[in-house]
Write a protein that binds this ligand. Structure first.
Ligand code: MEV
Length: 438
C-alpha cells in the first residue's frame, strides 16, 4: 500500500529502505535485496556516495566507456564517456580514428564569461535609480571583497556589473546583471554567493539613500541566481579535409557523400523538428563527457538549447561547407565547465576521468567536450546519409538483447556471427536463440 511519510529524511538508511520496500513493492524482500546488491562493499566509498545527495538508498550505475585516438590540436586523448546509449562510444571511437588520419580536430575557446543576475522591483523614477547605481556599484565590489579574494588570486573575479531596466517586459522590474571570470571552476557557488551579497548591499544602500522617497527606498529583491545561458562562454570545434579524402567507403563517391552531408546539415539549420534530433546527437557526445568529468549536464543542456534558438528559431548547432575542394564541418556552443571544485575533487571516477584527460584546464575541457559533440554529430550524419542509423544501432543493441535473454558465451558467438548477414530485430534475435536452445 503506497503511503506518505512525515520526517522520512530523519530515518536511517536501513529504515528508509525497509519503509520504501514495505509500502511500495509487491515483493519487499526482493526489492531490498536488489537495492543492497548495488551497495559498494567499500564502506568508506559507499558513504561518500551516500552523502552526495539526501535520502540515498543505493547506487545507480552507468557504464563509463573510453573513446581513444582523439587527435585534438595535435595532442592525443582517450576520452571518458559515461552513457547508457549503446552506440555512442563506438561511434565516437570510429570517428576519432577517421579524423586522426585527416589532421584531427581543431578546437578554440572563443570566450569564457559567466553571467549572474539579481532580479528586483523598484517603484519610482528610473533616472534616480541610475544615479543611485553609480554610487552603489563600487560598494558592490567592496562588499564582496572576502568572496572574490581567492578567485582574484587565480586571475578571475567580477568582470562588470550593469543595471538593466526591464520595465518594458514587467512593471517595476530591474536587474543587476553581472559578468564573471571563474577560471577553472564552473563557478556556480562563487557567482551565487556574490549575487546574494549584491542583493543585501543593494537593499541596505537603497534604504539609506536620501534622494529616494520612501517607496523608492523599498527595493524588493525577487531572487539572485546565476544564468545557465552563457552565450559569451563559447568554444568552436572543427574538422576539415580535401573532399577526396572522404573516401573511407569505396562504394560511396566522396563528392556525393559531401553533398548529401551538407544538405543534411542545411536541413537541420532550417527545420526545427530535424534540428532538435540533430542537436540531440551532438549532446550524446557532450553529456557523456560532461557527466564523466563531474560537470552539470542539466546546466549545459539548458544553455546549449537556448543558444540553438538565439536567432529566433531553433536551429542546428553545427555547420558545414565545401569551398575550393575542402570539406569543413564545425560547431560552436556555449559550455560552462569546471575542472576544480564541485564533484571534481570528490568523486573518485571523476578524478580518474580528469587524470585520463591529463588534468585539463576548464578551457581545455571545453575544447574536448565540443570535439566529442562534433564527432558524435559526424558519426550520426555519416550513417544517416549512407547506410541508415539502424544498422549500427541494432548491432550494438544485439548485445543488450542477448544479455536480456541470458545468452551463454557460445550462444552470443553464434548469434553475432548469424547477424553479420541478417537484419537485427528484437524478434529475430529471440527466435534465433529459441532455435539454438531447441
Ligand atoms: C540518437 O541517439 C541520435 C541520432 O538520432 C542523432 C541524429 O539523428 O542526428 C542518431
Amino acid at each position: 500500500m503506497t503511503q506518505a511519510h512525515k520526517g522520512f529524511s530523519k530515518l536511517s538508511k536501513e529504515e528508509k529502505i525497509d519503509w520504501i520496500a514495505a509500502h511500495y513493492f509487491s515483493a519487499p524482500e526482493e526489492a531490498k535485496a536488489l537495492i543492497k546488491k548495488y551497495w559498494n562493499t567499500d564502506t568508506e566509498l559507499q558513504q561518500l556516495h551516500d552523502e552526495f545527495i539526501e535520502n540515498t538508498i543505493t547506487n545507480f550505475y552507468l557504464p563509463l566507456g573510453i573513446a581513444p585516438n582523439f587527435l585534438i590540436n595535435g595532442k592525443n586523448y582517450a576520452i571518458p564517456m559515461a552513457i547508457e546509449e549503446s552506440s555512442v562510444v563506438a561511434a565516437a571511437a570510429k570517428t576519432a580514428k577517421f579524423w586522426s588520419k585527416r589532421g584531427g580536430f581543431k578546437a578554440t575557446v572563443i570566450n569564457t564569461e559567466k553571467i549572474g543576475q539579481v532580479h528586483f522591483t523598484y517603484t519610482g523614477d528610473p533616472e534616480k535609480l541610475y544615479a543611485f547605481f553609480e554610487i552603489l556599484k563600487p560598494k558592490l565590489y567592496t562588499a564582496t571583497d572576502s568572496i572574490t579574494k581567492n578567485m582574484q588570486k587565480r586571475g578571475g573575479g567580477i568582470l562588470d556589473i550593469l543595471l538593466k531596466n526591464k520595465t518594458d517586459l514587467l512593471e517595476n522590474y530591474y536587474q543587476l546583471h553581472a559578468t564573471f571570470d571563474t577560471r577553472d571552476s564552473m563557478g556556480a557557488n562563487f557567482i551565487n554567493s556574490c549575487l546574494e551579497q549584491f542583493a543585501r548591499t543593494l537593499k541596505a544602500e537603497a534604504c539609506d539613500y536620501s534622494d529616494f522617497n520612501e517607496t523608492e527606498q523599498n527595493i524588493e529583491v525577487i531572487m539572485s541566481i546565476l544564468s545557465n545561458y552563457v552565450p559569451n562562454c563559447t568554444v568552436r570545434a572543427e574538422v576539415s579535409c580535401k573532399i577526396e579524402e572522404l573516401n573511407e567507403n569505396p562504394a560511396i563517391d566522396p563528392m556525393d557523400f559531401a553533398k548529401k552531408f551538407l544538405t543534411a546539415v542545411r536541413i537541420a539549420e532550417i527545420e526545427p523538428f530535424r534540428a532538435v534530433t540533430h542537436n540531440k546527437g551532438i549532446m550524446n557526445g557532450i553529456d557523456a563527457v560532461v557527466l564523466a568529468t563531474g560537470n552539470d549536464f542539466r546546466a549545459v543542456e539548458a544553455g546549449v538549447h537556448a543558444y540553438a534558438s538565439r536567432n529566433g528559431h531553433y536551429s542546428s548547432l553545427s555547420h558545414a561547407t565545401v569551398e575550393n575542394g575542402i570539406f569543413t564541418f564545425w560547431l560552436e556552443i556555449p559550455l560552462a565547465l569546471g575542472t576544480v571544485g564541485g564533484l571534481t575533487s570528490l568523486h573518485p571516477l571523476v578524478k580518474l576521468s580528469l587524470e585520463m584527460l591529463q588534468h585539463p584546464s576548464a578551457e581545455e575541457l571545453m575544447q574536448l567536450v565540443a570535439v566529442a559533440g562534433l564527432a558524435q554529430n559526424f558519426a550520426a550524419l555519416r550513417s544517416l546519409t549512407t547506410t541508415g542509423i539502424q544498422e549500427g544501432h541494432m548491432k550494438m543493441h544485439l548485445m543488450n538483447i542477448l544479455n536480456q535473454l541470458h545468452a551463454t558465451d557460445a550462444e552470443k558467438e553464434n548469434t553475432v556471427h548469424h547477424f553479420k548477414s541478417n537484419t537485427v530485430t528484437h524478434a529475430a534475435v529471440v527466435s534465433h536463440i529459441a532455435n539454438l536452445r531447441k
